[in-house]
Design a binder for this molecule. Structure first.
Ligand SMILES: Nc1nc2c(c(=O)[nH]1)N[C@H]1C(S)=C(S)[C@@H](COP(=O)(O)O)O[C@H]1N2
Ligand SMILES: [Mo]
Length: 247
């Protein structure tokens, strides 16, 4: 299918080069516009997954950024971390890795950082522009060393909704995307409890529910089948949300 479409583009280009008047004929115009559509389609389907999400200027940041879903995990364990300002908290990294890790928040803050101002789009129909900062997920995964069988990265969170633990997952294309970070800062301040303290995922090419807050543990797996109900996320399991929620 792709090679047929490439041929179509080449064909339209050839016409253009050969005859100026031809571009005025309605038939050729329609070939050209279909070639243009084809080009957009190809960009989305081939280059699409690694393209960057739009970034914004500081003056475009939303004055108010809603807290959505869990506003506080409110478990005894999580509340103890909050009281202790996450001093004893560790991000666990395990599963199909060569070296399981247990990373203090201070280490996440000391790693090379990426900051980005992006638009968060919630499936419920609201958006907000905010600034996020933290280390690349890729660097954390490289420190642990993914085993060749690893295909997905699962994020286990501190909260539960209706008794079901919140979790999410992404594939390695998104895990290694340059804008995929484990954010500990939002709008130049440490993450608030409402927005997912101490660390939340930012996976900017996907909808809001993929951006797991309160991440306690990152697990590399070969398949999502054995994780909770197998849908790859709480909302995927509960309500049939799309696992790949591309924007
Ligand atoms: N652990 C956890 N992560 C979560 C949620 C949640 O309830 N628990 N809600 C999701 C949804 S639907 C959205 S839109 C965003 C909301 O992030 P915010 O509260 O910072 O706006 O977090 C996502 N990540
Ligand atoms: Mo959402």
């Amino acid at each position: 299918m792709i090679s047929r479409r490439s041929l179509l583009i080449t064909g339209a280009g050839g016409l253009l080069a050969g005859c100026d008047a031809a571009t005025r004929s309605p038939a050729v115009k329609s070939i050209l516009s279909s070639a243009d559509e084809t080009h957009k389609f190809l960009q989305r389907s081939i280059g699409g997954r690694t393209a960057l999400a739009r970034e914004f200027r500081a003056d475009q940041m939303s004055p108010r950024f809603r807290v959505n879903g869990t506003a506080n995990p409110n478990t005894p364990e999580y509340s103890a971390h909050v009281a202790n300002r996450f001093a004893d908290w560790r991000l666990q990294v395990d599963g199909l890795v060569r070296q399981p890790l247990s990373i203090p928040l201070s280490d996440l803050r000391a790693m090379p950082q990426r900051a980005q101002i992006t638009r968060h789009d919630c499936v419920e129909g609201w958006s907000a522009i905010g600034k996020w900062q933290g280390p690349h997920l890729a660097r954390i995964l490289d420190l642990a060393g993914l085993q060749p069988a690893a295909q997905f990265i699962v994020f286990h969170c501190a909260d539960a909704i209706g008794g079901a633990p919140y979790y999410e997952s992404i594939d390695l294309v998104d895990a290694y995307h340059p804008q995929t970070i484990m954010a500990w800062a939002m709008n130049d301040k440490p993450l608030s409890v409402g927005h997912g303290a101490p660390v939340r995922l930012r996976v900017e090419r996907q909808l809001g529910y993929k951006h797991a807050k309160y991440v306690m543990r990152i697990e590399a797996v070969a398949s999502l089948a054995g994780i909770h109900k197998g849908g790859g996320g709480l909302w995927e399991d509960r309500s049939g949300y799309e696992w790949y929620a591309g924007i």
